[in-house]
Design a protein around this ligand. Sequence first.
Ligand code: SF4
Length: 357
Amino acid sequence: MNATYPLAEFPDYRLTPSQIPETVCEILDATTRKVLMKRIKQLLIKQNAILVAHYYTDADLQLIADETGGYVSDSLDMARFGNESESKTLVVCGVRFMGETAKILNPEKRILMPDLNAECSLDMGCPVDDFSAFCDQHPDRTIVVYANTSAEVKARADWIVTSGSAVDVVRHLKRQGEKIIWAPDKYLGEYVLEQTGADMILWQGSCVVHEEFKAMELVELRKQHPNAKVLVNPEAPAQIIRQADVVSSTTGIINAAKEFDALEFIVATDAGIFHKMQEAAPGKVFIEAPTAGKGATCKSCAHCPWMAMNSLSKLAYTLETGANEIFVDPDIIEKATVPIKRLLDFAKNQQQLAGDA
Ligand code: SF4
């Protein structure tokens, strides 16, 4: 794996514990929560704004998005929805690269976020200058970049992919005889490499949430729930993926919960997804895959500390004041649009082919 490039050549892009904040979820009494939710709905109308929320954000934010004609989905789909909406303002509940992606696809719109400190360890672990210098050393390779990256890294890429499209895109590139630089998630990269057999050099970034799932503890949990199906996001390490019944994107995991006959599911991704899973498959039981085990270092325990920064209070403040607007350099927007559009066109063609079949 990664045989074409010595791993020792890569700097260590793992975050230090001090770079990872504690996961702090806002706790409100019932009255304050109700008042804030009502106020947010009024402000969305007043500001002609639409709320798009990621599956990993707080359930109340997802509820407001659903109840006000907004949208709850994964990162690229959120940006795509924003593109179709007529609202002049999009409020993105998620992490910063999602706000940037929304701006890239909707440059004429105002993009607001509840907290601009909401980062992502994959984005942080792929600084554009280092990455660009690395790409320059391998001019013969096609640059395939996961959506969880800064606008600048996207601008350097040939292709942007999501977890749901990565295998198909890389398989397509392999058929064209192309060799690949993959960034930033090494676990997703290993999974794609295993599925496609493509010639890939893997950047060594990782997600602090998915990396913490523990393989031996998962074996034990499966013994306690022998009929449970195991649903895993491909950002998790290989020892977790090997135990999966389904390896899929967030949307794929929600669909699997609906489609499988099983009543119990062990889920290895951010716990924020449980809100949509329960909505999609009421009556079924969802169990968090274990994070705290031997050698666990997590501060997040299956909930992303940066996603948790999206709170009702901050959202209300953003809508009241217009604070936390996302800006992206127009030149970067122009360059980053190319690989994103390439993926969107690819996905559309795939859908058409599936429809024709
Ligand atoms: S869950 Fe992981 S990949 Fe998703 S935003 Fe948080 S750190 Fe990034």
